[in-house]
Design a protein around this ligand. Structure first.
Ligand SMILES: Nc1ncnc2c1ncn2[C@@H]1O[C@H](COP(=O)(O)OP(=O)(O)O)[C@@H](O)[C@H]1O
Ligand SMILES: [Mg+2]
Length: 426
């Protein structure tokens, strides 16, 4: 491998069994279940019934990653972009040596510190302090070396009061903060961060970004996954676009993001029932949507400030035995999540039915979005948290501008996403 390279992958592939819960994935599945039940929407899907047929190897195996060839130079900050299930986490796990490739080779030069999922790398029964030392030892540091960094780590994570408390008592935010602080301060040659920062607050996220920038400036390599395109663009000079287990594009981050958005839009043009980028058991699938305006007329676009109804149609393929809950995640045109509407919050459930289809109406008494395009991710799970149908960017709401405030003027569209009723007084 050339001197300047730190990672080199040749024909790297990883196969997984459908629906496996092996010794290694059980913990993951539990942690996913835990993340899901806390946040309503999962960070990761693990049921592969929605796998694209081209990824299948045989009836029970599929390619999570297929034939990747790439090189990463020392000091590069690389973003991995791709829809849910495209293989980003699998690639980061291989590079972190948490799992092995099924085929092909990957060479990784130097110490790798990774922050993969909530709690990864931490032992729940050990205290924060003990975990910091265990992690240091894993990275080949002496007790003295960790000692020197210890205060800085605790300070960065803001967990001084809990440092002698077992990790299992930490909130997810605290765990991630400590996890990042440890990974970033133990002087790895390669720092790998997978999507977890979203758990922390915005201020902490910004500190992490700055920390990663300075790590990169000191000549180390950083690999970063986030759904927040603005963050990826800010941090990473170059990026890879993954799609169904393959790198389909790489280059300057802004170009890669542009390509990703174009692909997303193309896929958003397919009828919902044919959409491939979906996960879940598939027992029941979102098959269509309909927008109705304040006159109950079917329309293509909705008007800002007016009432509206969105009808969601679902087809049932297998018997539903447990109550189900629907969540909708709304993102703006740059794919930043701006709202989350969830049935569970209202204690409402879709009850098992012997029908072949059903319909859910979402009523909006006043559409508080400014003019623009909004992407809606639909997520259906059941009482136990099993994902039934999860379609990223299932449909687009096109919002038209209007005299929202009834003042005879249209609010500026360049200033905000949301509009809210208000008044000024003197
Ligand atoms: N331990 C596992 N066993 C079986 N399938 C898995 C396992 N981990 C991930 N998968 C599946 O592999 C595919 C890629 O997953 P992942 O790498 O987590 O994607 P991403 O991080 O891009 O969302 C998905 O279909 C996922 O469900
Ligand atoms: Mg992932």
């Amino acid at each position: 491998m050339k001197e300047s390279l730190v990672i080199q992958a040749n024909n790297l592939s990883k196969k997984y069994r459908l629906g496996t819960i092996g010794m290694t994935s059980l913990r993951e599945d539990l942690s996913r279940w835990w993340t899901r039940s806390k946040n309503g929407i999962p960070k990761h899907g693990f049921d592969q019934a929605g796998i694209d047929p081209t990824r299948m190897i045989n009836d029970h195996e599929f390619w999570a990653l297929h034939d990747l060839n790439f090189e990463i130079t020392r000091g590069e900050v690389v973003g991995l972009i791709g829809a849910n299930g495209s293989g980003k986490s699998t690639l980061l796990k291989i590079l972190s040596r948490i799992t092995e490739p099924s085929e092909g080779k990957v060479k990784v030069k130097g110490k790798v510190a990774s922050l993969l999922e909530v709690g990864t790398g931490f032992h729940p029964e050990l205290t924060g302090r003990e975990n910091v030392f265990v992690n240091g030892a894993i990275l080949g540091m002496t007790r003295r070396e960790v000692d020197k960094k210890f205060d800085e780590i605790v300070d960065f994570a803001g967990v001084a009061d809990f440092i002698d408390t077992p990790i299992k008592r930490y909130s997810s935010g605290m765990t991630v903060r400590l996890g990042f602080a440890v990974a970033a301060h133990l002087e790895p040659d390669i720092l790998i961060v997978d999507e977890v920062l979203a758990v922390g607050d915005l201020r902490f996220q910004n500190r992490c970004i700055n920390q990663m920038k300075s790590i990169a400036e000191s000549g180390k390599t950083v690999l970063f996954v986030s759904h927040q395109m603005a963050t990826v663009e800010n941090l990473c000079k170059s990026a890879f676009l993954l799609n169904m287990g393959q790198i389909i594009y790489s280059g300057k981050t802004s170009d890669v993001i542009k390509k990703y958005r174009e692909d997303m839009e193309e896929s958003a043009n397919l009828p919902i029932s044919q959409r491939m980028i979906r996960e879940g058991s598939g027992k029941c699938k979102l098959s269509g949507i309909e927008f109705r305006n304040d006159q109950n007329k079917v329309v293509d676009s909705l008007i800002s400030g007016k009432s509206a109804t969105i009808k969601l149609f679902f087809d049932i393929y297998e018997e539903i035995t447990a109550p189900m809950s629907l969540s909708l995640g709304i993102s703006n045109s740059t794919h930043v999540r701006i709202a989350h509407l969830c049935m569970k919050t209202f204690g409402k459930w879709i009850l098992p039915t012997s029908q072949k289809s059903f319909q859910v109406n979402l009523s909006l008494s006043k559409l508080e979005l400014n003019q623009g395009k909004y992407y809606v991710t639909s997520f259906l799970d059941d009482e136990s948290g099993q994902i039934i149908d999860w379609v990223t960017d299932a449909f687009v709401i096109n919002v038209l501008q209007s005299d929202f405030y009834g003042t005879g003027m249209v609010p500026p569209t360049s200033q905000s996403i949301f509009l809210m009723d208000h008044s000024f007084s003197f």
